[in-house]
Design a protein. Structure first.
Lengths: 181, 199
């Protein structure tokens, strides 16, 4: 009895959008080589998510597929290439949510999990909680079979220099243009 | 920070965000990325959102949930109006929140009472176009709210109708989108969404 004005239903659609950070960017500092590097990395992530959707896969799988290569790519502030804390460590946060039932999972301040987005998803599916943090989250990760990733995996020279610059300028974390890393 | 939002062919939405936080963070600082409702949110009745930017402001605005809530309410109104325009005001009341199964059992609609996927053809198209405009407006308005407080950054979102939308108040956002309609593009600075499209 619901409103309809002709017989043709809309075709099933899929759609995906990704981001790799936002901030104040200097166009002059973006060399063609650097730009190509970023565009290739974004396209790789987009293609990974797109492939899942195009073959009829789920939105949840597509989101994870798109984020994984960005967590592995030192260009982005996530996973490998994450920025440094004041103490010189890399602490990672992630969250994921399923629009079907609004189930959600999140982790904060983990240091040894290679792909925090996957741990967030396991928090969603295998725990009664929404967010786990720090050592507890890592303990949960170990119980769920996540390998312990050494800190060297996450640390990059560029991010280390950014922290050193910040400290040299005696800036607090909130004073610097931290976006984009 | 990185993130992704997606709509699959079953009409389901999902959102995810992952980050290293901010350079030089201390005292166990946590931003918006792992906070459901601030940096990430997904609801089949509205949209899926992932955010990036100055987390303290995104937390205060509840950015991802705020965008979803605005869109959910507007989508409800679109469907309600569409029904009324087609002279089915009486059946709106009947189908308002529930429907009767032949067995007598009361069933709730899976995606809420107002779902434009129940429309077909032109009615669907009209409603979908409205949703796109409203989604962009909602994202822009919430980002303007963030800016008013002093924060900056951006969001990505997808709607149940398949729109992939960006909004940011910084000079750039590393971003990309692809749809079953043939969109496939990546971009960095503002106003160049199609400049970097690759096959």
């Amino acid at each position: 009895a619901l409103a309809q004005d002709d017989a043709s239903p809309p075709e099933p659609k899929w759609s995906i959008a990704i981001h790799g950070g936002a901030g104040t960017l200097n166009r002059d500092a973006m060399t063609p080589e650097r730009r190509a590097e970023y565009e290739a990395a974004l396209q790789e992530a987009l293609d990974a998510g797109r492939a899942v959707l195009a073959r009829g896969g789920s939105a949840m799988d597509a989101v994870k597929a798109a984020i994984l290569p960005m967590e592995d790519n030192p260009l982005f502030n996530a996973g490998r290439g994450a920025v440094f804390t004041w103490e010189g460590t890399n602490e990672l946060d992630a969250s994921i949510m399923d629009g079907r039932d609004r189930s959600a999972g999140a982790v904060a301040g983990v240091k040894t999990v290679k792909h925090p987005i996957l741990l967030a998803d396991v928090v969603r599916t295998e725990s009664p909680h929404v967010m786990l943090m720090g050592e507890g989250a890592e303990e949960f990760a170990a119980e769920q079979g996540f390998a312990v990733t050494p800190p060297e995996w996450f640390a990059t020279e560029a991010r280390k220099r950014a922290l050193e610059r910040m400290k040299a300028n005696k800036l607090s974390a909130l004073d610097v243009d931290h976006k984009f890393g | 920070t990185v993130g992704a939002v997606a709509l699959d062919m079953e009409g389901n939405l999902a959102a995810g965000t992952s980050t290293g936080g901010m350079t030089g963070k201390r005292w166990g600082r946590v931003g918006d990325a792992p906070v459901i409702g601030a940096g990430t949110y997904a609801d089949n009745r509205a949209c899926a959102v992932s955010a990036t930017g100055w987390g303290e402001y995104f937390l205060r605005v509840g950015v991802a949930h705020e965008i979803c809530t605005r869109l959910r309410m507007e989508r409800d109104a679109i469907v309600r109006n569409q029904r009324l325009m087609q002279g089915l005001a009486l059946s709106v009341a009947a189908a308002d929140l529930k429907e009767q199964h032949p067995s007598g059992e009361v069933l709730h609609h899976e995606y809420g009472p107002y779902d434009i996927r129940q429309f077909k053809g032109k009615a669907w198209q009209t409603a979908a176009q409205k949703v796109e405009r409203i989604a962009q407006k909602a994202a822009d308005a919430v980002m303007a709210d963030v800016a008013e407080l002093g924060g900056d950054g951006g969001v990505i979102l997808v709607t149940p109708e398949g729109h992939a939308i960006f909004s940011f108040n910084t000079s750039g956002m590393y971003r990309g989108r692809a749809t079953s309609e043939g969109v496939n593009e990546v971009a960095i600075f503002g106003g160049e969404d199609k400049a970097s499209a690759t096959p």
